[in-house]
Structure formats: C-alpha cells, structure tokens
Design a protein around this ligand. Structure first.
Ligand code: DAT
Ligand code: MG
Length: 140
C-alpha cells in the first residue's frame, strides 16, 4: 500500500526569487495538507548528510554548496499516494524536461538549482521527515 506522506523543501533558488507563496499555493491547490513546516537554513554539514546518497556523484559538492547557500522551506505533506502524486506535481529533475505546469517547469532555473525537493519513496519520506522535524512539530 502506498503511504500518505511526503517530504519537501523549497530550495534556496526559489526562496531567493520570491516564489514561496506561489509554490505553496500550487501544493495546497493540488490537495496536499501541510502537517509540518519550517523556514530554516541548512549548514553545509547538514546538506551533505541529507544528500549523502549522492556523495559519489560529480555534482555532489555543487549540490551541498547550493543547498546551504540560503534559507529553505521544509515541510511534511499529507495526501493519498503522496510520494508519487507530489513527484508528478514537481516534474522532472531537469526543468527542461519537466512537464508544462509542473513546479519545476515554472520555477526552476536548471538541473542543479531546481526549485523544489520531493521524496522518492515512502521509506525516504519518513527518513527525510525525521531528519528535519521532531514529533512534536508535526500536526496531523
Ligand atoms: P530529484 O531531486 O529529482 O529527486 P536526484 O535525487 O537525482 O533528483 O538528485 C538530487 C538533486 O541533485 C537534484 O534535485 C539536483 C541535483 N542534481 C541531480 N542531477 C544533477 C546533475 N546532473 N547536475 C547537477 N545537479 C544535479
Ligand atoms: Mg531524489
């Protein structure tokens, strides 16, 4: 059975460009309920830990630098089939390949600075949510 929660971050490029409100509106209009949210900034160490799975990739250093370059909005979202539906809403990693109307098609700059994160599995949604939020910060 598919889970009903996913984890997201509005990334530093989209925050800096003033897109927080428009992105949250699109998320809510798509039927996701915000059950946890914070405006925060990742240290390089924390960003490196979050993306540790990509450590061996050539873009890892760039990714860690970018994700710790400015504030982000982190949130846990609830909806039936949350992980899959949210990946559809955000679009492909490379905005040049993202379907029209998706968050990345509308707001991402390029494959590295791509506006938003979405968990890729129910298991990772839980791991990523716990990485950013304590239980008392989640309001179901
Ligand atoms: P996604 O964020 O769509 O799950 P991913 O997990 O493969 O994509 O990669 C994590 C992030 O790393 C991605 O959002 C942006 C960055 N990234 C991925 N591929 C890249 C590339 N070829 N060049 C630069 N940055 C890349
Ligand atoms: Mg991913």
């Amino acid at each position: 059975m598919s889970g009903n929660r996913t984890f997201t971050m509005i990334k530093p490029d989209a925050v800096a460009a003033g897109h927080i409100g428009a992105i949250l509106a699109q998320i809510c209009e798509a039927g996701f309920k915000i059950v946890a949210m914070k405006y925060t900034k990742l240290s390089a160490e924390k960003a490196g830990e979050f993306y540790a799975v990509h450590k061996a990739r050539p873009f890892y250093g760039e990714l860690v630098e970018f994700m710790s370059s400015g504030p982000i909005v982190a949130a846990i979202l609830e909806k039936d089939n949350a992980v899959e539906d949210f990946r559809k809403l955000i679009g492909a990693t490379n905005p040049a390949e993202a379907a029209p109307g998706t968050i990345r098609a509308k707001f991402a700059k390029n494959i590295g600075e791509n506006a938003i994160h979405g968990s890729d599995s129910d298991e990772n949604a839980i791991i990523e949510s716990n990485f950013h939020f304590a239980g008392v910060e989640v309001f179901a």
